[in-house]
Design a protein around this ligand. Structure first.
Ligand SMILES: C[S@@+](CC[C@H](N)C(=O)[O-])C[C@H]1O[C@@H](n2cnc3c(N)ncnc32)[C@H](O)[C@@H]1O
Length: 356
């Protein structure tokens, strides 16, 4: 019998004071902005509750890799799939092992001052979205990456700097529609702002920040295996029998996961697979998610659990869970009330707990 909690579970509804931003974005969780991730503390609660060291956790919608990072820190084997090549890159960088000296050597190499020489070839997208100096900074940095020990880490840093240096309004960084070329009134900073003209300062700051963050996670990282399987979760199997599925699926019409990192796909030359992204529309959504969960269920041990974090405002998940052939044990309501700025205000999400 499924238990439905009508009120938010206080143990999962942290206030800003209980769970301040620096905790939510600790170590690698702030390597790069990513809209639509869950807080690591939520993953930690359920990983501790339903998995033991050495067991395998599967996240078919791994996104920025929150589940994988937290699972690894607890000594759990972790595997994740994501359709977006950028998200897989990010999750891989967060969960990788780094050698301190090699990191420092990379930082030194990337910090050598460089002139803004002849501009390497850019694409129309890059020319539209970056001021000429900013683009020259980014492309010069990109040219240095192949000489480093950890190229993927610096590709993520390049993307983070590009995100900050775009000709986007500071108060519209998630999905800017048009580049801004003149002064404008900024709702985030409550003053007149100018578009960003250069990228060098962001690159310098984020190189140091990234090195610090991966080193910090290095102190918590275990030797438990992590694998990231890029692809369409409807067709990708976990790499072995699964003890816990912990995931948050895309929701229809909420976030375009490719478009939010369009600049990264352009700068890094990554392949986009937009048409296969689940949640671009409502049509087919339930069948798609059910297909992913059915596949996960086939790999799930009899004692295993499926834990799904979702904002099910359309009430789709009772049907999805049934179609996936798993049994809902509990629906836990959670209040998310610590968003700041223009997105301030409480909202609710649910944690669905199911078994085979
Ligand atoms: C809600 S987000 C997951 C966020 C993740 N929990 C985190 O903390 O970063 C959903 C993810 O599903 C991915 N996705 C969408 N369609 C997919 C598909 N067909 N196969 C695999 N992943 C897909 C998106 O790229 C996105 O990263």
């Amino acid at each position: 019998m499924q238990a439905v909690s009508p009120v938010p579970d206080p143990a999962l509804s942290w206030t800003e004071r209980e769970l301040p931003e620096r905790e939510r974005t600790k170590h690698v969780h702030r390597l790069h902005p990513y809209l639509g991730k869950f807080v690591p503390q939520l993953a930690e609660v359920f990983l501790r509750r339903y998995a033991k060291p050495g067991q395998l956790v599967w996240d078919p919608f791994a996104g920025s890799g929150t589940t994988l990072v937290e699972a690894n820190a607890l000594g759990l084997r972790a595997a994740g799939c994501d359709l977006s090549a950028f998200n897989c890159l990010l999750a891989g960088v967060k969960t990788a092992a780094y050698d301190g000296e090699a990191l420092l050597a990379d930082v030194a190499w990337l910090s050598v001052p460089r002139g803004r020489g002849a501009m390497p070839p850019a694409t129309p997208y890059l020319e539209r979205w970056f001021a000429p100096e900013a683009l020259a900074d980014l492309l010069a940095f990109r040219d240095r990456i192949p000489e480093t020990v950890y190229p993927d880490l610096w590709r993520v840093v390049l993307s983070r700097a590009a995100r900050s240096a775009r000709l986007a309004r500071h108060d519209d960084l998630d999905f800017p529609r048009e580049p801004v070329r003149g002064e404008y009134f900024c709702h985030k900073h409550r003053r007149v702002c100018r578009p960003v003209a250069e990228a060098e300062k962001f690159l310098r700051r984020y190189v140091r920040d990234a090195a610090q963050r991966v080193a910090e996670f290095g102190d918590l990282r275990t030797d438990a295996a992590v694998s990231i399987l890029p692809g369409d979760a409807r067709q990708v199997d976990p790499p072995g029998p699964v003890d816990l599925v912990f995931t948050s699926p895309p929701y229809p019409g909420l976030i375009d996961y490719h478009e939010q990192h369009a600049y990264a796909f352009e700068l890094l030359g990554l392949e986009r697979r937009d048409p296969e992204e689940i949640g671009r529309g409502v049509k087919g959504y339930c069948d798609d998610i059910a297909a992913v969960l059915r596949r996960a269920r086939r790999a799930l041990r009899r004692s295993g659990r499926v834990v799904i974090v979702v904002n099910d405002s359309r009430g789709l998940y009772d049907g999805i869970v049934r179609a996936a052939g798993i049994r809902l044990e509990e629906r836990v309501l959670r209040e998310v009330n610590r968003r700041t700025g223009r997105r301030a205000g409480a909202y609710y999400e649910e944690v669905l707990i199911a078994r085979p």
